[in-house]
Design a protein around this ligand. Structure first.
Ligand SMILES: NC(=O)c1ccc[n+]([C@@H]2O[C@H](COP(=O)([O-])OP(=O)(O)OC[C@H]3O[C@@H](n4cnc5c(N)ncnc54)[C@H](O)[C@@H]3O)[C@@H](O)[C@H]2O)c1
Length: 318
């Protein structure tokens, strides 16, 4: 029997590289597509060298290159390649559109042409719902992105719905909270760590520090991705569904800073706020997702916030 082939776009990146490793560990054959725009192959180099991962340096905006990679034997596509930077999407909205919408439609076209049945998509909870006032936020809240990045994820989901219905595909979108953990080279924790390393006496905090968000440890995110892949294989052709993915608690940015300062063993750090109720234009100041729908699939976050932050800081300190 031919071994099933999973494709991970963005598989050299932070979440993608953990997912690739998890898939290899459960015996899947994995193809990685990544243009290495924000990563290197370092995190999966051992797997590439051992022949466990077939790596292709390809940009998902390049249809011809994608066509050359896919053979039609692939069964499940984990689509994580994207420009994940919300702030930068406000400065360069067209680039975010090209990477996140055009790139996604190119992959959907490949699925249609080569009859690849299933996709799990890395979407985003907070940025899709924008400034909602309903917390925890269920999937039924109207999508109202406040950043081009959020709009690009919403648009990608709309194309997924249409392609699933029109071409009998099976697609699940996971709307991630803030994902953190070893290997992450962006986000608030990464920023705070490097600021504190440079000057442990003070910490600049964007906004008023009252922004409240939920943070999910990367391995919990990866477990949800693989579980969703298994779930999808049991669904009918034409399925499109979406699930929030996060934790049941949220932290203010100031509380997050306090936890980091405590774990790092620092004393008398002066918090300096830049002011305003959001960190930057496009920043969603409050994000707590209702995760009851994904819990019905049998998933639960396992890593506590403090344990996760400690593991991440330990990895940064190495
Ligand atoms: N990290 C988070 O908190 C978070 C939250 C919500 C959603 N997401 C989504 O999860 C996915 C992974 O995010 P991440 O944090 O691991 O980011 P990351 O930047 O570490 O990984 C993205 C990977 O995609 C690659 N890539 C970017 N543009 C590409 C293109 N045009 N063609 C091919 N490869 C390309 C990059 O080189 C990188 O390896 C993204 O889709 C992101 O939008 C992340």
């Amino acid at each position: 029997m031919n071994q099933a082939v999973d494709v991970v776009t963005g598989g050299a990146g932070f979440i993608g590289s953990h997912l690739v490793r998890a898939l290899v560990e459960i015996g899947r054959k994995v193809v990685v597509i990544d243009n290495l725009s924000s990563s290197t192959t370092d995190a999966i180099k051992d797997l590439i060298d051992k022949g466990r991962v077939d790596f292709h340096k390809v940009d998902i905006r390049d249809k011809k290159a994608l066509d050359d990679v896919f053979t039609g034997k692939e069964t499940l596509l984990y689509h994580l390649a994207a420009d994940p930077r919300v702030k930068e999407s406000v400065e360069n909205p067209v680039d975010s559109y090209d990477q996140n919408v055009t790139g996604t439609v190119n992959l959907l076209e490949i699925m249609r042409a080569k009859k690849i049945p299933c996709m799990v998509f890395a979407s985003s909870g907070g940025t899709l719902y924008g400034d909602t006032t309903q917390f925890p936020t269920p999937e039924t809240v109207p999508l109202k992105p406040i950043s081009p990045y959020g709009a690009s994820k919403a648009a990608a989901e709309m194309y997924m719905s249409a392609y699933a219905a029109s071409y009998d595909l099976e697609i699940a979108s996971l709307r991630f909270a803030n994902i953190y953990g070893p290997g992450s080279n962006h986000g608030v924790m990464y920023d705070f760590y490097h600021k504190l390393k440079k000057d442990p006496s003070r910490l600049e905090i964007l906004g008023d520090g009252k922004q409240s968000k939920s943070y999910l440890y990367v391995m919990d995110c990866v477990n949800a991705c693989t579980l969703t892949g298994e779930w999808l294989a049991k669904q009918k052709p034409g399925t499109f569904d979406f699930f929030n993915l996060g934790t049941k608690s949220w932290e203010t940015v100031t509380d997050l800073a306090k936890v980091m300062v405590e774990i790092l063993g620092l004393k008398n750090v002066k918090f300096e706020y830049t002011g305003g109720n959001r960190g930057w234009t496009g920043d969603v100041a409050k994000n707590l997702l209702d995760i009851s729908k994904v819990e019905k699939m049998g998933w639960k976050p396992k890593t506590s916030f403090k344990d996760g932050v400690k593991k991440y800081l330990d990895s940064l300190r190495c």
